[in-house]
Design a binder for this molecule. Structure first.
Ligand SMILES: Nc1ncnc2c1ncn2[C@@H]1O[C@H](COP(=O)(O)OP(=O)(O)O)[C@@H](O)[C@H]1O
Ligand SMILES: CC(C)(COP(=O)(O)O)[C@@H](O)C(=O)NCCC(=O)O
Length: 306
């Protein structure tokens, strides 16, 4: 059966015209803050793709509020609207975190009175020591390298309006940062970004999918994602050149061709396999699939029909 049978395929041209008239252009300051987020991001994409997406998210938020209100009428008590939780998934290096930060920024603009928080599931990776003890250091990113019970419990507490502290992962040290936490204190909207967001662990009582009100899968052809992975590897090396505490510093001492081969091998041996076996199979669980082509240009959007 066609994987996309349950989706409407919408061309960029159609999508960009769906809600155009109701969205005000971005201000100079907003454009600047997007540029500082990632100076390569196309502002045309922001206008044509991400603003209509945020408009769609507004509908889901309204729907959640209406449902809480109706439940309150039924139960004859005040039911507080739970936070809207948005999941963003896709391959390593496809651009999830860039998309997530952009969506956070645009949602903060669309809802200036609401708090919009962002977490990445990297924080739920086991520490390097734990991975070593479990004998799965070379499986980083695969399902067994995450503490999914903890992620599930976190989502439950956030939905329940409770304050939470979660670990922070650093790409620079390539490990969980010791003694540092991110505090999430009852946000109105929470964005959860990570390769495993749509994977389906369940404890005895809770299903992870029950916590997402909306989900986005960022998609692209494998060859492009590999290219973006290698480019990001190169940027991480540049950042690490004079920083001996950075995990990537060790590679700056090696001949370039050797480092490029090492990155290619890591892609093929770890991240590509993870994509094919565990990440891509979750693609059609998303509400929206953003399909990117060369230069991160979004050319197609798939929206779930029902
Ligand atoms: N929309 C975009 N426009 C330009 N470059 C992008 C865009 N999204 C991601 N990138 C670049 O692609 C690489 C991977 O993006 P990143 O957001 O780190 O991916 P992920 O979080 O999926 O691992 C980074 O080098 C980033 O700068
Ligand atoms: C931390 C990750 C599992 C998740 O990554 P992200 O999507 O944030 O890039 C990944 O970046 C990673 O470290 N993969 C293991 C192999 C590698 O070094 O690329």
């Amino acid at each position: 059966m066609n994987e996309f049978i349950n989706f409407d395929e919408i061309s960029r041209e159609t999508w960009q015209n769906l809600y155009k008239t109701s969205i005000a252009p971005l201000t100079h300051d907003e454009l600047e803050s997007i540029r500082s987020l990632n100076d390569e991001i196309s502002l045309k994409d922001v206008q044509d793709v991400y603003l209509p997406l945020v408009h769609l998210l507004r509908l889901y938020k309204k729907n959640l509020e209406d449902m809480s209100f109706s439940k309150g009428l039924f139960l004859q008590k005040i039911v507080k609207t739970p936070p809207l939780i948005i999941g963003i998934s896709g391959s390593v290096a496809v651009g999830k975190s860039t998309t997530a930060r952009l969506v956070q920024l645009l949602l903060s603009r669309a809802f200036p009175k609401l708090s919009v928080e962002l977490v990445t599931t990297d924080g739920f990776l086991y520490t390097t020591d734990d991975l070593k003890n479990r004998g799965i250091l070379d499986r980083k990113g695969f399902p067994e390298s995450y503490d999914m019970e903890r992620l599930l419990a976190f989502l439950y507490h956030v939905k329940n309006g409770e304050k939470c502290e979660i670990p922070i992962y650093s790409h620079e040290t390539y490990d969980i940062l010791p003694d540092q936490v991110q505090t999430i204190d009852s946000p109105d909207i929470l964005i959860v970004e990570g390769i495993n967001v749509l994977q389906n662990p369940q404890n005895q009582m809770l299903y992870i999918s029950d916590f997402y009100d909306f989900s986005i899968y960022v998609d692209a052809e494998e060859e492009l994602i590999e290219k973006w992975y290698l480019e990001r590897f190169d940027s991480l090396l540049k950042l690490a050149k004079y920083d001996t505490t950075n995990f990537y510093h060790q590679f700056t001492k090696m001949p370039v061709s050797k480092v490029v081969n090492l990155a290619k091998e890591t892609w093929a041996r770890v991240n590509r396999i993870n994509l094919k076996e565990y990440i891509e199979p979750t693609r059609n669980r998303a509400e929206v699939i953003l399909h990117k082509s060369e230069n991160h240009y979004v050319d197609k959007i798939y929206l779930k029909k029902f």
